[in-house]
Design a protein around this ligand. Structure first.
Ligand code: GCW
Length: 676
């Protein structure tokens, strides 16, 4: 329960009974009964008063909260004729008047649950409106990817071991999985792929499906969360003992068909499969001389009879790329591999596209592939796990970056085409199945992600999948009120602090679109600008003694800029029109090149690194001002992390500044870098 001082009397309804309508209300596996339990529990804890679950025959008074799907209400008085209740997962909330009860009405059972959490969220923030309101999500796909391995480790996971797996099997104790489903539902997320995209085929054994995967699905289902599985393309060979995994081989087709039937026997509402193929050493259709579409359709066919989807990742690229060829460019790969196949994918294939053309960097332009598929649907892939963004030893609030991505206008056919509209059924391509996924990688740590402040990212991600036009700061303030305190000083201080984190991180890591500049070979963690060239991964900066940056123009470079629709392409093609923050992504220029800001590139590097690192030094002090206003245990956890972050920011600053100083030989105007 919230301490007395944080409870707010304003807008607090005098609810003493919750009534759930409909037969499913007593079925513990239905989101309806979860909604009822959450409301009883939540209202009593928030308001500190006793609330009980009434039966459907109980009397409705102004202190009753009646919840149910819209068909369960005899009258829908007060609900506008066109409302969020017309849409899947939508809800309508109507506070009590003196003569009638409060109502939470859902389009469907899941909508009731989302409505229940929306109601509790407002109540806990002291912001329950006296007016009726409702909401429905912009996109049907609001998922999570976990990169959990069956041995219990998590690839790029920084919050402890897997909630799902240990020792090669699904864990016995799935209590945290239930909590995760609850957490997901509370922010509007409805699907999760539970295993690593670098997938282990043994997950598909009958033993594992019957005794493991099924239990996970059963535990998450009451929260409206469905599960999907990541597949290993070579499973017919490695698990099935066939001689090949060629997608056109009839034994392979039969193997996957049978496997799919088996999976649906245990998980009848399985969402589908995620496939990472021909990517970073993974097998795939290209290994058998087949197209990516033939590879995807192999899975699409057996899934179609169950309404399942293939999420085919666009992260296909050559990781042994030669840097000595100036035309080589990993950023080109997604469009090169996928755009010409637009007509070739089955209806239930969805291409899963990382938000930028490389890999979750601190600054990237939006992936042009999102505007180059029309018939084939796509989802965007974000990353909540901060692989390149400090790995949860740094606090970095990422929603401002996502907000920029989602608001970017791709100008398809010369018309407004914001990314967030493309990712909606009502958008320019009219994709019925589109939306969002994010690599989250929570673990068994009590903080989930390894840093209490990192949870702001998971909260904001969920809210953005539902309402992608939301403002990052507004979401952050909501999260603070729900997670830490409704005290305005806490909300203001923490909000200002976290809004400064992404700019600070960009400042002391990679500037002007050069990428994050972390160790690219393996850890993706601390500073290592030298590792950014001469590697096969294609995350290059082409830095030499005089100049740096990737020339991605059509005129003289790799041609990447030409993958955008003409209006966007022409902006990136020219140095004069490319925004400073992406200059080095698109152009190769001398260190002495003068930016729109009037500074040279090298001076900008020095200044940004000193300013970014100086900003991080302020975090601890600002956090210190919250001592006593929040609980000590979490205060100390964060204080410790912020102290580390302050030190590491200096390491970043000095490593990067010294690297470019020794490479270019150009001194810092402000005499901080160099020999004086
Ligand atoms: O960001 C990179 C990671 C790999 C990951 C890959 C991917 C699961 O460094 O660890 O593999 O992306 O997205 O498939």
């Amino acid at each position: 329960a919230l301490p007395e001082s944080q409870r707010t009397a304003t807008n607090s309804p005098a609810i003493d009974t919750v009534i759930v309508l409909g037969d499913e209300a007593s079925d513990a596996s239905s989101p309806l009964s979860v909604a009822g339990r959450e409301l009883v529990d939540g209202i009593s804890k928030i308001l500190g008063r006793s609330v009980s679950l009434g039966s459907s025959s109980s009397q409705h008074t102004s202190s009753t909260l009646v919840v149910g799907v819209r068909d369960a209400f005899t009258l829908l008085e007060g609900v506008p004729s066109s409302s969020p209740l017309d849409h899947t997962d939508g809800y309508w909330i109507d506070p009590a008047s003196s003569s009638s009860p409060s109502r939470i009405i859902g389009h469907d059972a899941r909508g009731v649950l989302y409505g229940a959490f929306a109601y509790l969220s407002k109540l806990a923030q002291g912001r329950l409106s006296s007016e009726a309101w409702g909401s429905s999500p912009r996109a049907p796909i609001r998922w999570i990817n976990q990169w959990d391995n069956m041995d219990g480790t998590i690839e790029r996971g920084y919050g402890g071991r897997s909630l799902f797996f240990e020792g090669g099997a699904i864990r016995e104790d799935l209590a945290r999985v239930k909590e995760y489903a609850r957490l997901m539902a509370s922010v509007g997320l409805n699907g999760i792929v539970i295993n690593n995209v670098n997938a282990n085929a043994s997950l598909l054994s009958e033993e594992s499906l019957a005794n493991g995967v099924k239990r996970v699905a059963d535990i998450m289902r009451p929260y409206g969360v469905r599960i999907g599985l990541a597949l290993n393309f070579d499973a017919p060979r490695t698990l099935g003992g066939l001689e090949t995994s060629d997608p056109l081989d009839e034994n392979v087709v039969a193997w996957w068909t049978e496997k799919t039937h088996l999976i649906y026997k245990y998980v009848p509402d399985m969402l589908g499969y995620t496939i990472k193929a021909n990517s970073e050493g993974q097998p795939g259709p290209l290994s058998y001389g087949r197209t990516l579409a033939e590879g995807a359709n192999l899975f699409a066919k057996p899934l179609s009879q169950y309404g399942g989807f293939v999420f085919y990742r666009a992260f296909v690229y050559d990781h042994h790329l030669r840097e000595d060829n100036p035309k080589n460019d990993r950023a080109n790969a997604a469009v090169d591999f996928f755009a010409h196949l637009d007509d070739a994918f089955d209806d239930n294939v969805v291409v899963q596209v990382k938000f930028g053309p490389i890999d979750f960097q601190v600054r990237e332009p939006v992936s042009p592939l999102l505007a180059r598929l029309r018939k084939t649907k796509a989802v965007i892939e974000f990353m909540v796990a901060q692989e390149y963004m400090g790995q949860q030893t740094h606090a970095v609030y990422l929603a401002p970056q996502w907000q920029e991505v989602l608001a970017f206008d791709m100008r398809v056919d010369g018309k407004p085409s914001l990314v967030r509209d493309i990712l909606s059924p009502s958008g320019p391509f009219g994709w019925p199945t589109t939306g969002y996924t994010a690599v989250v990688n929570v673990g068994r740590d009590t903080t989930w992600l390894g840093h209490h402040l990192a949870m702001a990212n998971l909260y904001a991600y969920g809210r953005l999948t539902w309402a992608p036009e939301s403002d990052a700061r507004v979401l952050l303030d909501e999260w603070t009120r729900l997670t830490w305190s409704t005290d305005p000083e806490v909300v203001e201080t923490l909000g200002n602090l976290l809004m400064d984190t992404w700019p600070a991180y960009e400042g002391h890591s990679g500037n002007l679109g050069i990428q994050t500049l972390c160790d690219i070979l393996y850890t993706h963690y601390g500073p290592s600008p030298a590792s950014q060239d001469g590697n096969g991964w294609g995350q290059w900066t082409r830095a030499n003694a005089k100049s740096l940056g990737m020339d991605r123009t059509v005129a003289t470079g790799t041609g990447f800029a030409g993958q955008y629709h003409p209006e966007v392409a022409s902006v990136y093609e020219k140095i004069e029109t490319t925004p400073d923050n992406l200059l080095l992504w698109f152009h190769h220029v001398p260190y002495t090149h003068v930016l729109k800001s009037g500074k040279t590139v090298i001076q900008h590097f020095y200044d940004a690194h000193y300013e970014g690192a100086a900003m991080v030094q302020t975090f601890s002090q600002r956090w210190a001002s919250l001592r006593g206003k929040i609980d000590d245990a979490r205060w100390e956890h964060v204080a410790f992390k912020l102290a580390y972050q302050a030190g590491h920011a200096l390491v970043w600053r000095d490593s990067v500044c010294r690297f470019y100083h020794s490479l270019s030989g150009i001194d810092d105007d402000k005499k901080r870098v160099g020999h004086y």
